[in-house]
Write a protein of this length. Structure first.
Length: 550
């Protein structure tokens, strides 16, 4: 495959270096908010920043923008760190916006002293009503020209917890007529009488994200602050805040934007993902149907596949929706190379081979992975009584059906050719057992003419005499529509049949598998052993081809 040239972010960095920026001063950061679990939408930003660190041999900070204690928790911090490490990335410094609360507060106080900020005592609704619109100038707050000494006094009282939430806010004094709505005296601080997961009860005022973002980058000496495109209008404010605390020492960070990762049939809004969790639509943030990194991990996705997906999607400034089938393709391509093959039957029907007379059955050689011949083969059990998939038998075969049917032959994978000669039915007339005969000279790999005899179909099987029962979880899309979340109620878009659980029969080999171990079940797809300690259980990761139900 032709090697890709530098993406536009790399071109920006290379241009800065060519103009004299010292490469040794490059520093990047990934800044998650600890108010939920990382999801597929974060993957692009994670890979972009850490890959830049690797390319330029530069440090990458992990910074938690923990400015909203009402929605943040240590649980999310721990999950985020675990996910990034699982992906195979290491950060240089672990940072928290809360580490800078005192400095941010001191700078805010300086802004008041410079007449660049003021305390506004209006309600949030009143402030919003004065913002204007893109075609209409905003109106100045009646508190915009409040005396600096009074604003300083009230701001200190806000810090000391002497005012309830909503009573006052601190606003930057910029331009109420700016065409950029974000520049119309944005709020810097609000009162929140809520304990913080790291600072406890010390703070009663908390900074807004826009105020925290650029200043934290500056404190950490981040050279290139990379954000998704929705933050492009924020860049003007980012730079205004840095100018407001000048003179700066050291590196002045620069914000640049790239398109976010949007995936079809997927929601990445943390608020809406939290709704799915809170309303028990899914089993927590790590449910394998969730687009979270932890959910994808339980589903059986690998770090290599996810990073290859991010690399394939690329970095651009154009918003688009990536088809979910591309993500499937990446995990399928990865597991095809590394996953051992195994036999499992999910929808079983019994087969009895009446002319098979080998007491105790026999061992059949089975290739571990045809993509890696060095792994060799292993043995599987074959016997007189086996299970096959119900879908592989039809009493009255439709046109083009080349599997097992009365009077027709089919090859059992890695074993013999069999022919259905009789059917055993229950009281309702349903076939409960297919009686077959086998060609004893047709064993695969036996170097007889019969072993190379061609039949139209090959099906998989497991021996019924020593197979194990296993729970199999089969997933479909969590949403029924390609772009969920555009309406107000995502519950109407949820696929109520997104999880189907079946009891399967699997070969004994799988009984010794470990949590997280992945396999290709012959003809069925890729599966991963779950963390269930009481039951042998597997989650279906992906089919052998695009398997989304239409």
């Amino acid at each position: 495959m032709k090697k890709k040239g530098p993406n536009f972010i790399e071109q920006i960095i290379d241009g800065d270096i060519a103009r004299g920026f010292e490469e040794k001063n490059l520093r990047f950061r990934f800044p998650p908010e600890p108010n939920g679990y990382l999801h597929i939408g974060h993957l692009k930003a994670i890979c972009l920043n850490f890959n830049l660190g690797e390319k330029y041999n530069s440090p990458v900070n992990l910074r938690f923008d923990d400015t909203n204690p009402e929605k943040e928790a240590k649980e999310y911090v721990d999950a985020i760190k675990h996910d990034i490490k699982w992906l195979g990335f290491e950060w240089n410094k672990e940072c928290y916006a809360s580490d800078y609360f005192q400095q941010l507060y001191d700078w805010a106080t300086e802004l008041i002293s410079k007449d660049l900020a003021y305390v506004d005592s209006q309600t949030s609704d009143e402030i919003a009503s004065q913002k204007g619109s893109p075609t209409k100038e905003g109106e100045a707050s009646p508190f915009r020209n409040r005396e600096k000494t009074e604003s300083l006094k009230i701001f200190k009282e806000m810090f000391e917890g002497n005012h309830e939430s909503g009573r006052h806010v601190l606003r930057a004094k910029i331009d109420m007529s700016s065409p950029n709505m974000l520049m119309r005296d944005p709020v810097l601080y609000r009162v929140m009488n809520v304990d913080h997961h790291r600072t406890g009860e010390k703070w009663k005022v908390y900074p807004m994200y826009d105020w925290t973002h650029g200043e934290s980058d500056y404190i950490e000496q981040v050279s290139h602050s990379l954000c998704t495109l929705e933050f492009e209008p924020h860049r003007e404010l980012y730079d205004w805040f840095l100018d407001a605390i000048s003179p700066l020492k050291g590196i002045r960070p620069k914000q640049r934007e790239f398109s976010r990762l949007n995936l079809s049939y997927t929601i990445t809004s943390k608020r809406k993902l939290a709704q799915l969790v809170d309303e028990n639509i899914v089993d927590g943030w790590g449910d394998p149907r969730m687009p979270t990194i932890s959910g994808l991990r339980k589903r059986g996705y690998t770090p290599r596949a996810l990073k290859n997906f991010a690399l394939t999607v690329g970095v651009s400034k154009r918003e688009n929706v990536i088809d979910a089938s591309l993500l499937e393709f990446c995990i399928r391509a990865d597991l095809n190379q590394v996953a051992p093959r195994a036999m499992a039957v999910i929808n079983p029907i019994k087969v009895k081979i009446i002319n098979y007379e080998k007491e105790g059955g026999e061992k059949i050689n089975f290739e571990i992975n045809p993509q890696d011949k060095s792994l060799g083969t292993r043995e599987i059990n074959f016997s007189r009584n086996i299970y096959i998939e119900k879908e592989d038998f039809q009493e009255n075969p439709e046109e083009g059906f080349f599997r097992l049917s009365p009077g027709e032959e089919v090859r059992l994978k890695n074993a013999y050719i069999i022919k259905a000669v009789e059917l055993v039915k229950d009281d309702k007339g349903e076939v409960k057992e297919v009686v077959c005969e086998y060609d004893d000279k047709s064993k695969s790999g036996s170097n007889t003419p019969e072993s190379n005899r061609k039949v139209k179909g090959t099906i998989h099987w497991v021996s019924s005499t020593n197979s194990l029962k296993a729970k199999i979880n089969i997933y479909d899309r969590l949403f029924k529509v390609p772009e969920p979340g555009k309406g107000d109620d995502i519950m109407n878009e949820v696929n109520q049949n997104s999880l189907e659980t079946k009891e399967a029969f699997v070969e004994p080999y799988l009984g010794d598998s470990q949590e997280g171990q992945q396999f290709q079940f012959q003809r069925l797809g890729y599966f991963v052993r779950t963390e269930n300690k009481k039951t042998l259980e597997f989650n279906k990761t992906v089919g052998l081809r695009d398997s989304w139900k239409k």
